[in-house]
Write a protein that binds this ligand. Structure first.
Ligand SMILES: CC(C)(COP(=O)(O)OP(=O)(O)OC[C@H]1O[C@@H](n2cnc3c(N)ncnc32)[C@H](O)[C@@H]1OP(=O)(O)O)[C@@H](O)C(=O)NCCC(=O)NCCS
Length: 249
């Protein structure tokens, strides 16, 4: 039997309950250093431009993330028969000084290989990242998504919250940023009509471990941009029930 490849974070953070909800032949696990050869980048390419990354760069980046301790949690679903990654998602844990040195989680890079969509892998990824967030003590999870994915995240208890803003810097290697000579701020305004529709809503998540509170809902239509914006994005959050007492935003 070959030795276990190094994992990005402890396997003990993977929920057996969520693993049991996957179809047979699929495994939910932390990213491993050998996943470059299992199509990790093919999967990521379903989300955005991935650029050219050598196996060596992948491994160096992996080690860099691993040395950060309990910050980076990249989860994958592997199709075992094919030895290939079919879905991935990331939770980055931010340590704060605020709220009694609390932790906030940021969900990033959720993607299911286009040949595997509609099998609930997306929902399982989110449930797993919420499980990690709960286990490591995050009081809220935040993510940014396009309007077209809002209903998908809504199924996991996320609601619109606050504004989403971005500035693209010259050292960003994305094609859109490269075409821009100077930093560009993308101001985003609220649309009053959407503010009233979901305000003060509250619901329990699929895991039953967290409660969602929505204080204000805002539309995020960019009003002025000096560069193309692919889709309108929304800022979404879910709060952990365990941290509700200190959450007075
Ligand atoms: C969005 C994405 C992750 C969904 O993954 P998936 O595995 O196909 O979704 P699931 O099978 O888990 O869907 C779960 C539920 O959400 C619904 N759903 C999925 N995508 C949806 C969307 N874009 N809008 C509304 N509902 C959606 C499904 O119909 C399903 O509903 P049901 O529970 O009532 O049957 C996947 O389509 C994807 O990788 N898209 C490209 C990358 C991307 O946009 N990532 C998000 C970046 S913010």
């Amino acid at each position: 039997m070959s030795p276990q490849a190094p994992t990005l974070f402890p396997t003990s953070l993977i929920s057996p309950t969520i693993q049991a909800q996957l179809p047979e032949g699929y495994k939910l696990r932390p990213l491993e250093i050998t996943d470059y050869s299992k199509g990790f980048y093919d999967c990521l390419a379903g989300l955005t431009v991935v650029g050219k990354v050598s196996e060596q760069s992948f491994q160096q980046t992996f080690e860099q993330m691993r040395r950060c301790g309990d910050v980076y949690h990249i989860v994958v679903i592997e199709e075992l028969a094919e030895r290939r990654i079919v879905a991935t998602g990331t939770l980055i844990v931010e340590q704060k000084f605020l709220r009694g040195c609390a932790k906030a989680g940021h969900i990033e890079d959720i993607v299911v290989h286009d040949s595997q969509r509609g099998k609930k892998f997306g929902i399982r990824l989110i449930d797993q990242l919420k499980h990690i967030g709960t286990m490591v003590g995050c009081y809220k999870l935040l993510l940014t998504c396009s309007e077209s994915n809002e209903a998908f995240y809504g199924k996991s208890g996320f609601v619109r919250k606050d504004l989403h803003m971005a500035v693209y810097l010259n050292n960003d290697s994305t094609p859109a940023a490269a075409a821009t000579a100077t930093p560009v701020v993308l101001p985003i305004t609220a649309t009053p009509t959407s503010t009233t529709s979901i305000a003060s809503s509250s619901s329990t998540t699929a895991l039953g471990a967290a409660t969602v509170n929505s204080n204000s809902i805002t539309d995020t239509t960019p009003t002025t941009t000096a560069m193309p914006v692919k889709a309108r994005t929304v800022s979404i959050e879910v709060l952990s029930a365990s941290m509700e007492s200190i959450m007075v935003k």
